[in-house]
Design a protein around this ligand. Structure first.
Ligand code: KG4
Ligand code: ZN
Length: 357
């Protein structure tokens, strides 16, 4: 089975061609091209949806052509076309979905609308053949959730963020410190060698019995440190110390929430095969090390895809397409792009979970 995967839900234009032959990601990925729009959004310090949609429109066709060329096949050799159908910035999602539908129609191929979060959730099966069920910490620019992944299409949400997404907290911290965009990698770089003990930052939700997250209080605390202690022009040492303190606080929160998630999963009678960390923030090496230390204490396998497969890419969408097509889960060409699309539609709302640290 060979599938074309298209991703345009945020600020990366991506196309990949994957085969289900082989045991490793290297064998399965025939092409995986990602065109970052960072430069186009940098002057604005964040993603501008209209600019993103236009950039996808300008580059997607050529990128798909290059991916097919690199894979060494033509459209007739495909078994299906998978595309991110949501959630995301709707203009971009529409560009991807319309393109995928056109290819599917022109070549009489099955069409698969993939939930972007499902792409992140299943990546570890592409890279490590991990069996279900596993505990998934999904940490990206738009989301922060703990999920129990029980099968393809079977996702139980244990917790979510009550306010900001974790990647947003990284991006805003970077912006406040003038580190530029995208913020996550910039904060991680700046934190290297910093003293995490110098500033005392809150650990929102830590110790609460549920699995929810909150990051707005942490963001406010960072702003207050900058205003009260650092002033207009923080020194490189100030910036390093504050970024290190921020990452340490986030790490403590993630470990505490994962511990509750693991307990909840076991209480459901499910024995986990691993803790999987996915989404753009999973590319953070310091957080990965913090989670790895905890997982080792718990005797728990930790699985984190390589950084290039953590941030948005087409391979994860093509892989989810392979898994779905294998189960006969195709979509009609009347599929409408979805700005919102929860992985677990039955999850109770997080309202009332309490946001105070
Ligand atoms: O999954 P992703 O590529 O796009 C979304 O679906 O949101 O995640 C992007 C987010 C951004 O907020 C970015 O700052 C963050 O992931 N990110 C990181 C790192 N690399 C990307 N955050 C922390 N450390 C990193 N190394
Ligand atoms: Zn993503």
């Amino acid at each position: 089975m060979i599938i074309l995967g298209i991703e345009t839900s945020c600020d990366e234009t991506a196309a990949a061609v994957l085969s289900d032959r082989g045991e490793t990601a290297a064998e399965r990925i025939l092409a995986n091209l990602v065109l970052s729009q960072d430069e186009a959004h940098r002057p604005y310090g964040g993603i501008v949806p209209e600019i993103a949609a236009r950039a996808h429109l300008d580059h997607l066709d050529r990128l798909i052509g290059q991916a097919m060329e690199q894979a060494g096949i033509d459209f007739a050799a495909l078994d299906g076309v998978a595309v991110t159908g949501g959630p995301g910035l709707i203009g971009g999602v529409m560009v991807g979905v319309m393109t995928a539908k056109a290819i599917a129609l022109a070549h009489a191929l099955p069409f698969l609308a993939v939930n972007h979060l499902e792409g992140h959730a299943l990546t570890v099966r592409l890279t490590e053949n991990l069996p279900f069920p596993y505990l998934l910490l999904l940490v990206s620019g738009g989301h922060c959730q703990l999920l129990c992944v029980e099968g393809v299409g079977a996702y139980r949400r244990l917790g979510t963020t009550l306010d900001d997404a974790i990647g947003e907290a990284f991006d805003k911290t970077a912006k406040m410190l003038g580190l530029g965009y995208p913020g996550g990698p910039a904060v991680e770089r700046a934190a290297l060698g910093g003293n995490a003990q110098r500033f005392d930052l809150p650990r929102p939700m830590k110790g609460r019995p549920n699995c929810h997250f909150s990051f707005s209080g942490l963001k406010t605390a960072v702003r207050q440190v900058i205003a009260r202690a650092l002033g207009e022009a923080p020194t490189p040492t100030d910036t390093a110390d504050l970024c290190a303190a921020f990452q340490a606080a986030v790490g403590d929160v993630l470990v505490d929430r994962c511990a509750n998630g693991l307990a909840q999963m076991r209480a459901l009678g499910l024995s986990e095969t691993a803790l999987v960390v996915a989404g753009g923030v999973a590319a953070n090496v310091a957080l990965g090390a913090r989670l790895a230390g905890w997982a080792e204490e718990e005797n728990l396998l930790l699985a984190v895809p390589p950084p290039a497969l953590c941030t948005d890419n087409g391979a994860m969408i093509a892989w989810a397409g392979i898994e779905r097509l294998g189960l006969g889960l195709t979509d009609g060409l009347d599929f409408a792009p979805r700005p919102r699309w929860p992985l677990d539609a039955d999850a109770p709302p997080a309202i009332g979970a309490g946001v105070k640290a």
